[in-house]
Ligand binder design. Structure first.
Ligand code: HPA
Ligand code: ZN
Length: 326
């Protein structure tokens, strides 16, 4: 249809994308061979066919396990370059890319190896693809606050290559408040702050409240359960805090796209955005996420434009650069 064409062509901004979640089975096999690792599947197609997620926890097991083949600086480069090339083909003009250093340092890969490989791919994408991208370092919330603080300290020599910090992994029993001191220190170091408040967790509303009152986030990842509370939507609106929603990811972990929530958030004037989260696992990059939403809720052209405007508006870019995209 005409709107599907428009969705494919519109210049895009992606703000919720885990680089570890872009590891396609084909690259996984290539890196496994390179590093002498034997995977428990005969080929990429069999690995892909084995994916079956029904909630956040079941997804996260395969996600952290799968990244074990990524080891050298060149591996991290190749991982990021594959995503950036794909994003470029979908007309992504700016991307903020999450990485999970502890998914690697916890298995003996040095922080510097991870960040140097990723950074080199970002620099090449800027030069060769005219795609700008920045890194956001996420703490794994099921590890301790002490380990997060140590990771924050390890990041400081690379401060100029990382624009902010986030919080991801298993939310159950791991509220944002657990990391209040870590986030306070991150802010003092000049990082911008975001945190996952995944869809339909047991304490979603309380976690969003903590993000505002105890962390002072600049953005919230997912966060659509704000709609379950009488006060939160108005407060997000007043404070200009955006939400990075991931429809196809939602469908995998909750069974539903939550497209009604996207429309309500748009109608309320909140800065809601659409993103892909872990596209290699959910089989949907940014364009496919927008098309899935369109199929479910019959997006208008104006809504598609608003979603991209919102993303560029809440992007962590210098004002002058942001204005160039708007
Ligand atoms: N939620 C929590 N942790 C994650 C996600 C997510 O959506 N994607 C990758 N790690
Ligand atoms: Zn995520």
């Amino acid at each position: 249809s005409e709107l599907a064409e428009f969705i494919r062509d519109v210049p895009k901004c992606e703000l919720h994308l885990h680089i570890e979640g872009t590891l396609e089975p084909e690259l996984k096999f290539e890196l496994a061979a390179r590093n002498g690792v034997t995977l428990p599947y005969p080929d990429a197609a069999a690995l892909r066919a084995s994916y079956s997620f029904h909630d956040l926890a079941s997804f996260l097991v395969g996600y952290y396990d799968g990244v074990g083949v990524v080891r050298t600086e060149q591996d991290f480069y190749d991982l990021a370059w594959a995503y950036l090339s794909k994003a470029h083909s979908q007309r992504v003009r700016y991307a903020e890319v999450f990485f999970d250093p502890q998914a690697h340092t916890s298995r003996g890969v040095e922080f510097g190896t991870v960040v140097r490989g990723l950074r080199r791919a970002l620099v090449d994408a800027r030069r060769l693809l005219d795609l700008r991208a920045e890194l956001i370092m996420c703490f794994l919330r099921d590890f301790s606050a002490e380990y997060a603080m140590a990771t924050l300290m390890e990041s400081l020599p690379f401060r100029d290559w990382i624009i902010g910090v986030g919080l991801d992994s298993d939310e159950r029993g791991n509220p944002p408040a657990k990391f209040a001191a870590v986030f306070a220190r991150a802010r003092a170091e000049g990082y911008l702050l975001t945190a996952h408040c995944d869809v339909d967790q047991e304490n979603s509303v309380a976690h969003i409240r903590q993000c505002l009152d105890e962390i002072g986030v600049d953005r919230i990842d997912h966060g659509i359960n704000a709609l379950d509370d009488p006060e939160l939507p108005g407060e997000l609106l007043r404070r200009g805090i955006g939400l990075t929603v991931c429809p196809v990811s939602n469908r995998f972990v909750t069974g539903r796209l939550h497209h009604e929530a996207v429309r309500r958030l748009l109608d309320l004037g909140l800065r809601v955005t659409v993103n892909s989260d872990d596209p290699a696992y959910f089989d949907a990059y940014l364009t496919e996420n927008l098309l899935a939403l369109h199929e479910a809720m019959d997006l208008t052209r104006q809504e598609v434009i608003q979603l991209q405007r919102n993303a560029f508006e809440i992007a962590w870019l210098p004002a002058r650069v942001r204005d160039g995209y708007l």
